[in-house]
Design a protein around this ligand. Structure first.
Ligand code: SAH
Length: 227
């Protein structure tokens, strides 16, 4: 079973449309969509926004639906001047930028038991690179920082970028990465850029959410064909 997780409905609708036929299962105050795609069993859901929602949904996908790999598809704010709206990035590693126990001498983002960064799966990242190559899509790997905040201010953006050497910011990835690490499930995450996380990011987000979510969704489904 391969799990594909998004945070918002807009992030999974393009996949459900492409797949066409699926079974809907309500569980844990959420809806899970079970389908077959190119001979593979897949389970799709959107968690709703934020790290806790995403962690719950990822856990359910693994524990109840027996997902053996988890792929996140969604949108993010860019922190890297080379990553423009509608470009895509896969996470090489993820960190929680809002976890702060620096008062006790730990670095920003330190998660007890996990350190600061949580790595994504190398084999899945390689599949992403091969899909990008085949389709002549420019794909980069980079650090993705997650926190329970929509980043739309230059100072906050600069701080996250400098502290975590991060290329993109969003609100779920690092919590999903932690769940997958602890349950021993390979984790991949693709994000298409919806905004630049500075002033006006909320307006860009509203304008580009659908377009960028679709770019990410289509790419991740291409990957599933190769898994
Ligand atoms: N419009 C939504 C809120 C969107 S929050 C509502 O009203 O409910 C932003 C979502 O997109 C999150 O799921 C997050 O992962 C991602 N995201 C995109 N750009 C972001 C940014 N600049 N900062 C943080 N998260 C961002």
């Amino acid at each position: 079973m391969i799990a594909i997780l998004g945070a918002m409905q807009e992030e999974i609708t393009p996949m459900l449309e492409l797949i066409g036929e699926y079974e809907k299962i309500d569980y844990a105050s959420n809806t899970f969509y079970k389908a077959k795609f190119h001979g593979k069993d897949i389970i799709i859901a959107y968690s709703k926004i934020g790290k806790v929602n995403a962690a719950i949904t990822a856990t359910v996908m693994i524990e109840k639906f027996k997902a053996e790999k988890l792929l996140f598809s969604g949108v993010a704010g860019s922190l890297n001047p080379n990553l423009h709206i509608c470009d895509i990035i896969y996470a090489t590693k993820v960190a929680q930028h809002d976890l702060d126990i620096t008062a006790f001498g730990h670095p920003h983002g330190y998660v007890p038991g996990i350190e600061v960064f949580c790595k994504t799966d190398n084999a899945l990242n390689q599949i992403a690179m091969s899909v990008a190559k085949e389709q002549s899509i420019n794909l980069i790997g980079g650090v993705v920082a997650s926190g329970d905040q929509f980043i739309c201010a230059q100072d906050k953006k600069d701080w996250i970028k400098a502290t975590f050497n991060a290329d993109a910011v969003e609100m779920e990835g690092a919590s999903v990465g932690q769940v997958c690490a602890q349950l021993n499930v390979p984790f991949f995450m693709l994000r298409a850029i919806s905004d630049e996380a500075s002033g006006g990011a909320d307006m860009d987000f509203d304008e580009f959410l659908d377009k960028s979510a679709k770019i990410s969704a289509k790419f991740v489904l291409e990957m599933v064909k190769k898994i």
